[in-house]
Design a protein around this ligand. Structure first.
Ligand code: TYD
Ligand code: MG
Length: 455
């Protein structure tokens, strides 16, 4: 019997090594090499690739190349269109990543069901036809022109695709596919890479757009080599807290549009609902005027939204005070606490501090700093901040209020939602308070903010 040929593949970067080593020589990650069986010699023939070999490929002048520039396919889902830069480009391969249970299958199935003009083929390697049909019933499949196939072998998939000739192909998920040209098990690096290469070739040759669902590793990257992200045209990430209603759809790569766009959805009993005006749901209104609540005017991608920050400061019951934060970087919160302690004289060293961003959303925008600090001060002193005050500034290590980008948009968003005051940095020089209907207050130090919001 012939010896089975194997090689070792790095699960992080996809590099190949002839033998096992502890550290990948290409990306320097430790313990990422896994043994996989190498390919069989006789590669299976893929049905669609019939004419590619015959045509001699010659360089073409760039202005003579025909392309599909303007005919983007608009989907019925406005958020998805926005994130993709105005619809799907024919022949593009879009990788759709997210944690298990976040709603990837739901979103793409519901997109498939709501395209009466497009023939969609939804291929699932994870659920049976019955399960998909049950889910489709929940979402509502009135106008659907959608075919479902449960299959994991790429050869069979391409055979069916050749028959049906869909306008849009959805594959759930890349980790369940396997190609007969390689012997290692589904989900392994070489399988994932080879299957993606076949699908990519199919997408480019037939100009069919393809959505590829990808699982996410513990570290939050898409499972499989980084190579995968290089191969595809766009990478979308679906994120959010599974126990909360809201989901954010971000682009981390897009060859046909900007990566600044953000889509927002709400998980309901009948699928995902597009959220057009996020600010209205993310702030509760603080009708009872409680202390420890502040409103930040943040920007996610290029969308301004107002977010509620909640803090609870109490005397530590045990020796070591507890610090906990949801939706905001804990290290940054500790830094802000140190600034409050050292520069502003607040004695927080013996206090428990809990911080929460409402709606289960994670915020990276530095403009939320001032709202975090204000919520903490408000809870510590037990004095509420008026519910009509919003904040947008970063805090520096010496306690200075630093300017943030796109302040004009932030002010407009607060004004639109009926806020009466917004506090920004005095170094945001381009802003003229008299141009707005909302009171724009410029501050340089935390003490000035304290004066303004607590009087
Ligand atoms: P799913 O799309 O299966 O997640 P993924 O494919 O990313 O693993 O979604 C799973 C969750 O969505 C599941 O826990 C139930 C919830 N859900 C709803 O709340 N409402 C719905 O209408 C549907 C279809 C799912
Ligand atoms: Mg799924």
């Amino acid at each position: 019997m012939a010896k089975v040929k194997t090689a070792f593949f790095c699960q992080n970067c996809g590099a190949q090594a002839p033998q096992w080593v502890g550290k990948c020589s290409s990306c320097n990650e430790w313990n990422t090499l896994v043994e996989e069986v190498l390919e069989k010699s006789n590669k299976a023939k893929i049905p669609f690739s019939s004419n590619s070999d015959k045509r001699a490929v010659k360089p073409q002048k760039i202005d003579e190349i025909t392309h599909y520039k303007e005919d983007r396919i608009a989907l019925s889902d406005g958020e998805l269109n926005r994130v993709l830069g105005g619809g799907i480009v024919p022949g593009s391969l879009i990788l759709f990543g997210g944690e298990p249970g976040i709603g990837k299958s739901t979103l793409l199935l519901q997109t498939a069901l709501k395209q009466p003009k497009l023939k969609v083929l939804y291929i699932s390697g994870e659920e049976s036809e019955q399960q998909i049909s049950m889910r489709a019933d929940r979402i509502g499949k009135k106008e659907a022109n959608c075919y479902v196939l449960t299959e994991t072998s790429t050869t069979n998939i391409f055979r069916q695709v050749d028959d049906i000739k869909p306008d849009l192909l959805i594959i759930d998920s890349i980790q369940t596919l396997h190609t007969p040209s390689i012997e290692s098990s589904p989900g392994s690096i070489s399988q994932v890479r080879e299957c993606t290469a076949e699908i990519l070739q199919f997408a480019k040759q037939t100009a069919t757009p393809v959505f590829l669902i990808g699982h996410i590793t513990k570290e939050g990257g898409i499972a499989g080599p980084k190579v995968l992200e290089h191969m595809v045209d766009a990478v979308l990430q679906f994120e959010g807290d599974r126990n909360h209603l809201y989901r954010l759809l971000r682009t981390t790569k897009n060859r046909f549009g900007s990566t600044n766009e953000l889509g927002i959805y709400e998980m309901t009993g009948t699928g995902l609902r597009e959220v057009e005006n996020p600010s209205e749901i993310l702030i509760s209104g603080n009708t009872e005027n409680l202390s420890g609540i502040s409103i930040a005017s943040t920007i996610e991608g290029i969308r301004p939204m107002l977010i509620e920050v909640q803090a609870l400061v109490s005397t530590a019951a045990y020796g070591t005070p507890q610090r906990s934060s949801t939706g905001f970087d804990l290290r940054r919160m500790n830094m802000l606490l140190a600034v409050l302690e050292k520069r502003c004289g607040f004695k927080l060293g013996a206090k428990d501090v809990f911080l929460n961003i409402a709606g289960g959303i994670k915020v990276d925008d530095p403009a939320i700093d001032l709202a975090v600090v204000s919520a903490i001060m408000s809870s510590n002193a037990d004095i509420p901040i008026g519910s009509k005050v919003s904040l947008a500034a970063e805090i520096g290590l010496s306690g200075e209020i630093r300017p943030v980008n796109r302040v004009d948009q932030r002010i407009h968003e607060a004004q639109k939602l009926g806020f009466e005051k917004i506090i920004i940095s005095k170094s945001n020089t381009g802003i003229k308070p008299e141009n707005y209907d909302i009171e724009v207050i410029k501050c340089g130090k935390i003490e000035e903010v304290v004066q303004n919001i607590f009087g």
